[in-house]
Design a binder for this molecule. Structure first.
Ligand code: FAD
Length: 478
């Protein structure tokens, strides 16, 4: 049986798209993160932007929390409800609205999954710039809201950089279009126009500022050829010097779609299983996996230039790692760089941060110290190269039944230690909330923007350290 606020929300959504039975709610309690969630009271699956706007208006008027969920693959708790309220599931918003080859962009609803979008675009010889490793299941809306990276990052940086404009439902039900699409009759084609970039307010925002209902992404020609290869370096300092040189030779990144750093544990751990005959002492202690796409001639030319640059920093080809691991992962497994095959325990806690390249050795040292201090968790680290800077992913594998609380506590500690060496929260949501709150001026302005857009603080409660507004705190549901 529903109560009055649940009836009001239900009135805004088509029949069959509202769920209140505990059996239907239980799967919405958490996302892929270590963050604990709360059972929602209602799940809605709107079928269009008008339904999203109607539900937000009704929720805002009553101070009911709204947590937005795409596929729930995020590892920072963004899609885990901080307290009951509503979960807005975007899977009903799954139209590929338009593939506009004249303007060079594709417009999609947020619940579209990358796997489907990539397949449809590939049939037309097209692709998009950034694809997270969870592409088969992750939604475009979740990736924009979390500002995903991964395949495409050395060339294009991150998801936000590939967004031409957005349509967003605000807490009061207003439907906002950003960039050129704010101008009537213009449509999406320019992001930076009219005035300040409002698109950016919703990227990396973890649903705190609005619910994205349409996304315009830049299209790119599908590169005709692809080649993976690996480099090994004598130590982290040599690899770091090479990465700095590589980023400063920008044209070398033009055909580089993915580059990931593997530390000694990652190399020996993988090869112990895939190449048991090899003596680990003969392996380089640090490696870079590279995935190049483009014209065959361009790839060959850039490979030769990158190899020369690597050699100048003590690096050389690491063909074994490519043949036994990296190539298989990227090409045979269709380039989903997941941690699959690396899972040793039931779950993983992932902590992602951005760092300037020169901090890579400090990050690796820190992870090594956690391995020594917390040997009961299985530690992994992988850094993904972007056009500028690195994204460092630290992974702690743990046994859900026995070690959940311990993993939460340790990951919280790790976030503080990463901050201390100059790493910056990335995929912040709830996991990094204490650090985000600590950036005093930034957080004060963020809070003011939030108050203007969502005065009762109903959207994405708890994400980015933004608490619900005072009115919301005393609202009928909280
Ligand atoms: C093993 C593993 C590997 C991963 N690899 C990568 C990787 O390579 N690169 C990467 O970037 N991430 C990676 N991730 C994290 C995650 O998969 C991505 O961030 C993904 O893009 C999230 O998409 P989703 O649909 O699951 O979003 P969700 O997890 O459902 O949501 C993510 C955030 O976006 C918000 N949100 C969702 N939809 C909307 C909307 N329409 N409007 C406003 N806010 C919204 C949610 O509230 C939440 O805060 C990985 C995760 C795992 C578990």
């Amino acid at each position: 049986m529903k109560n009055a606020w649940q009836d009001a929300i239900t009135d805004e959504i088509a029949t069959g798209r509202v769920f209140s039975d505990p059996v239907d709610l239980v799967g919405y309690r958490r996302d892929a993160s270590v963050v604990p969630g709360a059972l929602p009271e209602l799940v809605i699956r709107p079928g269009n932007a008008a339904e999203v706007a109607g539900a937000l208006t009704a929720a805002s008027q009553r101070g009911i929390a709204v947590t937005v969920r795409g596929a729930g693959t995020m590892y920072a708790g963004g899609a885990a409800p901080a307290r009951g309220g509503i979960v807005l599931d975007t899977s009903g918003l799954d139209a590929i609205v338009e593939i506009d080859t004249a303007r060079g962009l594709v417009i999609v609803e947020p619940g579209v999954r990358f796997g489907r979008l990539l397949a449809e675009l590939a049939a037309l010889g097209l692709t998009i710039g950034i694809v997270p490793s969870t592409a088969p299941t992750a939604t475009v809306g979740g990736a924009v809201s979390a500002n995903a990276l991964g395949a495409g990052s050395p060339k294009f940086q991150s998801m936000g950089d590939e967004v031409a404009g957005l349509e967003v439902a605000l807490a009061d039900g207003t439907i906002l279009r950003t960039g050129s699409a704010a101008a009537r009759h213009a449509g999406f084609f320019q992001r930076y126009c009219i005035g300040p970039d409002l698109t950016g307010l919703f990227i990396g925002a973890d649903a705190t500022m609005g619910v994205i209902t349409k996304i315009a992404l830049w299209l790119h020609p599908l590169p005709p050829a692809r080649e993976t290869w690996c480099l090994g370096f004598p130590d982290a300092a040599a690899m770091t010097a090479f990465l700095i040189a590589l980023q400063n030779r920008e044209s070398l990144l033009d055909n580089l779609w993915y580059a990931a750093v593997y530390d000694r544990a990652a190399i020996t751990g993988r090869l112990a299983r895939l190449a048991p005959e090899v003596d680990p002492a003969t392996l380089p202690p640090i490696a870079l996996g590279l995935d190049m796409r483009g014209e065959t001639d361009d790839i060959q030319r850039d490979q030769a230039r990158i190899l020369t640059l690597a050699a100048a920093h003590g690096g050389s080809r690491f063909d074994l790692f490519n043949a036994r691991y990296f190539r298989t992962l990227c090409l045979d497994q269709n380039f989903w760089y997941s941690f699959a095959g690396y899972f040793t325990l039931s779950r993983c806690a992932i902590l992602m941060s951005s760092l300037p390249v020169e901090r890579l050795p400090a990050l690796l040292d820190l992870v090594q110290s956690w391995r020594e201090r917390h040997p009961q968790l299985v530690w992994g680290v992988g850094s993904i190269l972007c056009r500028r800077g690195l994204h460092g992913g630290v992974v702690a594998f743990y046994d859900e039944a026995r070690q959940w609380q311990e993993a939460q506590a340790v990951i919280g500690q790790c976030a503080a230690e990463l901050s201390a060496i100059g790493c910056v929260p990335y995929k912040s949501a709830k996991l990094w909330a204490p650090q985000v709150k600590g950036y005093t001026e930034y957080h004060a302005v963020l809070t003011a923007v939030k108050a203007a857009l969502d005065p009762r603080g109903v959207l994405g409660p708890g994400n980015l350290g933004l608490e619900c507004g005072t009115e919301g705190a005393t609202g009928e549901f909280y």
